[in-house]
Design a binder for this molecule. Structure first.
Ligand code: COA
Length: 523
C-alpha cells in the first residue's frame, strides 16, 4: 500500500491587489520574495505557477521559465498549470502531489495575472474564452452566465425579485466590509445599500457590486514536507461541463461538490468542522451557491444563513473574511493561491480584525470558468488536532453511462420554437457586441438546450415561448407576444380550412426576419 506524506505550509506572501504599474514578472517576484522572507525554508526544489491566460492578457507565454529566471532560480524545474480562473489552486494541487509523493521536499507555488491595462470589453472577451464556443458566439460572458444561474436559483427557490436582490446586496455589503480591514484588498471601503442599489447593471439581475473586479496581483506559498504550524489536511478537485446548456443543475456546481467530497474524505472531516472559509465569490450569487455545495447549508438555504449573520465576521462560520474576490479583487490566476495565503494568515492570528475565538481549521474553494474545474483545500493548525468523524454524504453523481452519453453541440435546428429556461440582459458586452444584449438559454421543441441572442430586450421571463432561428453560427430568438400567438393560432386554423387557398404567407413563421450579426453590430 502506498502512503502520502503530510504537506505543510511554510512562508506565504502576496502583492497588494488592484491596479498596478508592475509587470507580471515583477508581481510574481514580489509575492515570491514576500513568501521566502517569512519562511524558515529557503532551499526551494521546484516552482509551480498558476496563470490563466498571460498569452492574451500580456502577449507572453513560457512564463514558468521566465519566472524561474527572474527569481534567479534558472536550473530548477518550473511548471505552469492552467485550469481557467482556478489556475492558482491547480498549481497548489499539483505541488501538493509532488511533495506528498516525496518527489520534492520544498516547492514554491505562485499564482498571478496582469489584467487592468486592457479595456473592460477586451478583458471581458478574453475571460469569456473559457466558456463554451456556441454560448460565446452569442455574446455570452462570465457575468451573463452567472446572471442566468441567478435567475434560475431565484425561480427554483421561489424567491421574489426583491428578495433575491436583497440577498445579493447582503453578500456585497458583507464582503466589502470585510475587505475594509484587509490591507491587500483592491477595495478597502465598506459600501451602503444605497450605493449598491444605485450601481449599474452589468447583466440583469447582477450589478457592478455583484461582480468581482478586474485586477492585477500575485500570491505565493511554500509547501514543505517538514512540519510547520499549518498543514494541508485535505485537497480535492472536480470538473463540470464547460457549457451552461449541458449541465444537470443550473443552481449548483457539481465540480465543487466533487472536490469538496474528496477533500473532506481525505481530511476525515465533515463541513461542521470548518471554522471559516474563503470561497470563489466571483459573483455574489456564487458565494450563496458555494456555501450550499460545500455542505455548510442545505440547498436553497444559503441566503437565510447569510441573512441571519452566520457567515459574517462575528458569525459561527465566517465566509470570505478577507473580503473575497468581490473586494480583495480577482487577478484570475492568483486567486486560488491568495485564498490560501489569507487563510494561513488568519489561522496564525495575523489578520484584522482579530477573531474572538480560536480558529483551527479553514477551507478554500476555487472555481475555474463557470464551475468547470474546481478545487477545495482544507487547512489545519497542527497543535492539538481534533478527531472529527466524517458525517457528510456528497450528492450522488450521474451514472457514468449517462455522463458518457452527453453530446457536445446540439444539431442546428433550421427553424424552431422553444421556451426560455433562463435569461439575462447584458449591459457590459465583450468586444464585437453592442449593449444592451438579451441572451437566453432556450429549450427547443425537441428538448435541446441552446444559447440564443434576443431580437429585443422586452418580455423576457422564464417559461416564455419564443421563435428561434439560426443565422450563421448564432441562434436568435423572439418572444411570442400575445398578439403573435393569436395570429399564429389563426393562421394554423386557416391552414386547416380546405376552402381557403394556402398562401406563401401562411407558410412562413410570423416574425420579423432577424438582422444578421453584422447588421446588428453596425446599429
Ligand atoms: N466592484 C466594485 N467597484 C468596481 C468594480 C467591482 N467589480 N469594478 C470597477 N469598480 C469601480 C472602479 O474602481 C471605478 O471606481 P472609480 O470611478 O471610483 O475609480 C468604477 O467602479 C468604474 O470602474 P470601471 O473599471 O470603469 O468599471 P467597468 O464597468 O469597466 O467594469 C465590471 C466593471 C464589473 C464590468 C468589470 O469589473 C468586470 O467585468 N468584472 C467581472 C470580471 C470577471 O468576469 N472575472 C472572472 C470571473 S471568474
Amino acid at each position: 500500500m502506498t502512503t502520502m506524506g503530510a504537506v505543510y505550509i511554510a512562508g506565504v506572501g502576496m502583492t497588494k491587489f488592484g491596479k498596478s504599474s508592475q509587470t507580471l514578472s515583477e508581481l510574481f517576484c514580489e509575492a515570491a520574495q514576500s513568501a521566502l522572507s517569512t519562511s524558515p525554508i529557503q532551499d526551494i526544489e521546484a516552482l509551480y505557477i498558476g496563470a490563466m491566460n498571460p498569452e492574451e492578457f500580456i502577449g507572453e507565454s513560457n512564463v514558468a521559465s521566465q519566472i524561474a529566471a527572474e527569481l534567479g532560480l534558472t536550473g530548477l524545474p518550473a511548471l505552469r498549470v492552467e485550469t481557467a480562473s482556478s489556475a492558482g489552486a491547480a498549481a497548489l494541487h499539483a505541488a501538493f502531489q509532488a511533495v506528498a509523493s516525496g518527489y520534492y521536499r520544498h516547492v514554491l507555488v505562485l499564482g498571478g495575472e496582469k489584467m487592468t491595462h486592457l479595456s473592460t470589453s477586451a478583458t471581458t472577451r478574453i475571460l469569456a474564452e473559457v466558456i463554451d464556443k456556441q454560448e460565446r458566439q452569442c455574446g455570452a460572458t462570465m457575468p451573463a452566465l452567472a446572471a442566468m444561474m441567478t435567475e434560475r436559483y431565484r425561480k427554483k427557490y421561489r424567491l421574489s425579485h426583491s428578495r433575491m436582490e436583497h440577498l445579493l446586496c447582503r453578500v456585497a455589503l458583507k464582503n466589502h466590509l470585510n475587505g475594509s480591514y484587509n490591507p491587500y484588498a483592491q477595495f478597502q471601503q465598506s459600501i451602503s445599500e444605497k450605493i449598491y442599489f444605485s450601481s449599474k447593471f452589468v447583466a440583469t439581475p447582477l450589478r457592478l457590486y455583484d461582480c468581482s473586479p478586474i485586477t492585477d496581483g500575485a500570491a505565493a506559498l511554500i509547501l514543505t514536507s517538514e512540519p510547520t504550524d499549518i498543514f494541508i489536511a485535505g485537497i480535492g478537485q472536480g470538473t463540470g461541463p464547460v457549457s451552461l446548456r449541458e449541465r444537470d443543475s443550473f443552481t449548483s456546481f457539481r465540480a465543487t461538490q466533487v472536490a469538496a467530497s474528496r477533500a473532506y474524505q481525505m481530511a476525515g472531516l465533515s463541513p461542521e468542522a470548518v471554522d471559516f472559509a474563503e470561497v470563489h465569490d466571483a459573483f455574489t450569487p456564487f458565494e450563496i451557491i458555494c456555501t450550499e455545495d460545500l455542505g455548510f447549508f442545505p440547498p436553497g438555504k444559503g441566503g437565510e444563513a447569510l441573512e441571519s449573520g452566520r457567515t459574517s465576521l462575528e458569525g459561527s462560520l465566517p465566509i470570505n473574511p478577507s473580503g473575497g474576490l468581490k473586494s480583495r479583487g480577482h487577478p484570475v490566476g492568483a486567486t486560488g493561491v491568495a485564498q490560501v495565503v489569507e487563510i494561513v494568515r488568519r489561522l496564525r492570528g495575523e489578520s484584522k480584525p482579530k477573531p474572538r475565538r480560536e480558529l483551527r481549521r479553514a477551507l478554500a474553494q476555487s472555481t475555474g470558468g463557470l464551475g468547470a474545474n474546481n478545487f477545495v483545500t482544507i487547512l489545519e493548525r497542527t497543535a492539538g488536532l481534533l478527531q472529527v468523524q466524517n458525517l457528510w454524504t456528497p450528492p450522488p453523481l450521474p451514472s457514468a453511462s449517462r455522463r458518457l452519453s452527453r453530446k457536445g453541440h446540439p444539431p442546428a435546428p433550421a427553424s424552431e420554437a422553444g421556451r426560455i429556461e433562463t435569461f439575462t440582459i447584458l449591459y457590459v458586452t465583450p468586444d464585437g457586441f453592442l449593449p444592451p444584449l438579451a441572451l437566453a438559454l432556450i429549450r427547443d421543441r425537441k428538448g435541446r438546450l441552446l444559447m440564443a441572442q434576443g431580437e429585443d430586450i422586452s418580455h423576457l421571463k422564464i417559461g416564455r415561448e419564443v421563435y428561434l432561428r439560426q443565422v450563421g453560427d448564432t441562434y436568435l430568438f423572439t418572444v411570442k407576444s400575445h398578439l403573435r400567438k393569436v395570429r399564429e393560432a389563426m393562421r394554423k386554423l386557416l391552414r386547416r380550412s380546405p376552402s381557403l387557398p394556402s398562401t406563401s404567407e401562411t407558410a412562413t413563421i410570423p416574425y420579423d426576419r432577424p438582422k444578421s450579426k453584422a447588421q446588428r453590430e453596425t446599429v
